[in-house]
Design a protein around this ligand. Structure first.
Ligand SMILES: [Cu+2]
Length: 294
């Protein structure tokens, strides 16, 4: 049972890792990363730009306010004989300035932010749809356009390691510890992809930072999201809604392939399952379409 599962996994990983070597795998958060990442989609870039605009405005305000404060504290200190000005209790001019300037700053931030937000919620003209269903504690992906459907859960190797009591930092090959799945969500690059999200049991949330959004997956409700990734690569994420004891162990791996490679992948998945007779037929593959063949 276990060797079969490992064989199954190894086959799937080998098949999927071959084209990945050629691709730059950036955009996932790094250890001790301080700023938010740019991500790899229009939504994530929009969020990053809105964030950077607000950040720089805050920096300028901070420098101006603290600069004025420290200048006043130093220049007009008591030991230099400074006397507090008790006559200034009201200044219409000053009050107008400190009301109007923040309003202008808010407008400067609100206009681009609104524009970006409207774009983020524009699901029109999507070229394909993937249904994402959250379960305790795995994901199911249904490609609504071609019938491909499979579940995606933490790899058996990571699951065994987490329950072994070993320190994963002392084990080789654990660079993406707890961020590896058996069946990755494979998507085409340069394609507007619509997601519909729901859950089967409790509320989950599907979150891949490089895509720039997280969306709740709620039982009985369909939520929407979309993405458009320019460059092939592997992008990792996690469930982002506390959903039970294994909430921390239902990672997400998105593998974006070029359109040609994606078409090949779809063909390999939708081909009539003519399993080689040599392989034992038993075994519980969770995927509706087995991931081993490539
Ligand atoms: Cu969850």
């Amino acid at each position: 049972m276990i060797p079969r599962r490992i064989k199954h996994l190894t086959g799937a990983l080998l098949a999927l890792s071959a084209p990945a070597v050629a691709f730059a795998q950036a955009a996932d958060p790094k250890r001790w990363q301080l700023n938010m990442g740019r991500g790899v989609t229009p939504s994530s870039v929009n969020a990053y730009e809105a964030h950077m605009l607000a950040l720089w405005i805050c920096v300028v305000i901070g420098v101006a306010v603290f600069g004025a404060m420290f200048y006043a504290m130093f220049k007009f200190r008591k030991s230099k004989g400074a006397v507090p000005d008790t006559s200034l209790t009201h200044s219409t001019k000053l009050e107008t300035i400190w009301t109007v300037v923040p309003i202008l700053l808010l407008l400067v931030m609100a206009f681009p932010a609104t524009d970006k937000l409207i774009k983020m919620y524009d699901y029109r003209k999507s070229e394909m749809t993937v249904k994402i269903t959250g379960y305790q504690w795995l994901w199911k992906y249904d490609y609504l356009d071609n019938g491909i459907s499979f579940t995606s859960r933490l790899t058996a190797a990571d699951d065994a390691l987490r329950q072994s009591g070993k320190d994963p930092r002392t084990v080789a090959g654990t660079e993406h510890y707890l961020l590896n799945v058996d069946n990755e969500l494979v998507l085409p690059a340069k394609t507007k992809i619509r997601f519909v999200l729901t859950a089967d049991d409790v509320i989950h949330a599907w979150w891949v930072p490089a895509l720039g959004w997280k969306q709740d997956a709620v039982p009985g409700i369909i939520n929407e999201a979309w993405t458009y990734v320019d460059e092939p690569g592997v992008y990792r994420g996690q469930c982002a809604e506390l959903c039970g004891k294994d909430h921390g162990f239902m990672p997400i791996v998105v593998r974006v392939l070029s359109k040609e490679d994606y078409a090949k992948w779809v063909a390999s998945k939708t081909a009539k399952p003519a399993e080689p007779a040599a392989a034992p037929a038993a075994g519980a593959a969770t995927a509706t379409v087995a991931p081993a063949a490539k």
